[in-house]
Design a protein around this ligand. Structure first.
Ligand code: APR
Length: 248
């Protein structure tokens, strides 16, 4: 038994989890809106909009090249929260969907299977002409070319910038409509549509829980909100043994 047993009813079959930068913070990846976060050091308009890319592509390539190099550094590893979600998914008998706003690959490295990267992926680029994706572990710039067109065309980071449509929205909305439990982890609730998922799932009848370090912008829409570090809260809540007992 743990504290979550007292606040969360048991017996879920359809779980949707949304993660944000906070789940990767303890792996050494900076969040966006903290006082030392990425958006304190870089203007969103410059590095995370189609207009910024059009105005100064080299600056945008450099920004994501730096993020990619950092992610691939040997010191960056999945933490206890990523691992707990992956272990839970393996043991859970119902439907489990992990939607992440994160562009890192730490969920996959921890072993998560059913993951949707709604804001894109740092280790992929895409052809500006065809949209085809390329695995990318090295730096790219305006001289980099696709492998799908003839003549080869330029490529851009496979990142959803502000003003662009997030990925997999149909799948996500369908999962939210069927969810009986929605859990948001490590996101400040500032960026839509992700910030609207809790209210959406709640309208369809899901229990909604937030696990976050600070008070989020949309805290009031959750049935339950627990504050703390992801590496402590997530393994406690997504404990397959506790869940088996609850469901039994
Ligand atoms: N454990 C749990 N939560 C944490 C931790 C931690 N160790 N560290 C930080 N947090 C919380 C913070 O309290 C904050 O509320 O994670 C949240 C991170 O918020 P943001 O920096 O705004 O990141 P996120 O919500 O993922 O941003 C959403 O905005 O800039 C865009 O596309 C980008 O996907 C990103 C989107």
């Amino acid at each position: 038994m743990n504290e979550f047993n007292t606040i969360i009813p048991s017996g879920y079959n359809n779980i949707v989890v949304l993660t944000g930068a906070g789940i990767s913070a303890e792996s050494g990846i900076k969040t966006f809106r903290a006082s030392d976060g990425l958006w304190e050091q870089h203007r969103i308009e410059d590095v995370a909009t189609p207009e910024g890319f059009a105005a100064n592509p080299q600056q945008v390539y450099r920004f994501y090249n730096q993020r990619r190099q950092h992610l691939l550094g040997h010191q960056i590893k999945p933490n206890a929260a990523h691992i707990a979600l992956a272990e839970f998914e393996r043991s859970f008998k119902g439907h489990f969907l992990l939607v992440t706003q994160n562009i890192d690959n730490l969920h996959e490295r921890a072993g998560s299977q059913n993951v949707l990267h709604m804001h894109g992926e740092l280790l992929k680029s895409r052809c500006i002409q065809s949209g085809q994706l390329l695995e990318t572990i090295r730096d790219i710039d305006d001289q980099s070319r696709c492998q799908c067109c003839n003549p080869a065309k330029g490529i851009r980071p496979h990142i959803v910038w502000f003003g662009e449509m997030p990925l997999f929205m149909q799948q996500i909305e369908q999962a939210l409509s069927q969810a009986d439990l929605f859990v948001s982890i490590g996101t400040s609730g500032n960026v839509y549509p992700a910030a609207g998922f809790a209210a959406q799932a709640g309208l369809f009848g899901a229990t909604t829980l937030e696990l976050n370090l600070d008070t989020s912008a949309n805290q009031s829409v959750f049935d339950y909100s627990v504050q703390g570090r992801a590496t402590e809260l997530v393994p406690q809540f997504f404990n397959p043994h506790t869940f088996t007992e609850q469901k039994g």
